[in-house]
Design a protein around this ligand. Structure first.
Ligand SMILES: [Zn+2]
Ligand SMILES: [Zn+2]
Length: 161
């Protein structure tokens, strides 16, 4: 059946916000989903905004495959993001572990990506934040090491329906 998850994240802005004017959320979400196609729970699934399918990383035996999931909503405002992911979910039992599948992965995990422009080096850069980090975590510019933003809370993931 069709299910949907909401992802919300907010980063704190630094005291010297010189990278902020060019900071934006990238339209890529990596999310753990229980995948009935390869019959594995907690698979990293890569979604691109606008794409009608996602890519499940699966495992060593199966390799990546298309997955029935998409980004239905992607709203950003400065350092805040809210996204809704729709995916097809069907019950199964994991092929390798004694675990039943759930619509919201047993250990929900997401990685969100950002892009920016370094004003000092006039060069583009990328950063990311994800669920399993020791917080607070500073996202630093890969060119000048300035703090771009700080993550105080893990992104929130909840099942909508
Ligand atoms: Zn899969
Ligand atoms: Zn920089």
């Amino acid at each position: 059946m069709l299910r949907s998850l909401e992802i919300q994240a907010t980063l704190s802005t630094p005291s010297t916000p010189d990278h902020l004017p060019h900071l934006s959320w990238s339209p890529t979400i990596e999310l753990s989903l229980d995948c009935f196609v390869c019959v594995r729970v907690g698979r990293t699934t890569r979604l691109e905004r606008g794409a009608e399918q996602a890519i499940c990383s699966s495992d060593r035996d199966h390799g990546p495959h298309f997955a029935p999931a998409r980004i239905a909503e992607f709203d950003t405002a400065g350092t805040s993001l809210r996204a809704v992911v729709e995916f097809w979910w069907a019950p199964f039992h994991d092929a390798k572990r004694d675990t039943p599948a759930t619509p919201l992965s047993e250990a929900p995990w997401v990685r969100l990506h950002l892009a920016y422009q370094c004003p000092l080096h006039a060069a583009p850069g990328t950063a990311s934040t994800q669920t399993n980090l020791v917080r607070p975590t500073a996202l630093r510019c890969e060119h000048c090491a300035a703090v771009i933003a700080t993550s105080h809370e893990a992104p929130a993931i909840r099942l909508l329906g």
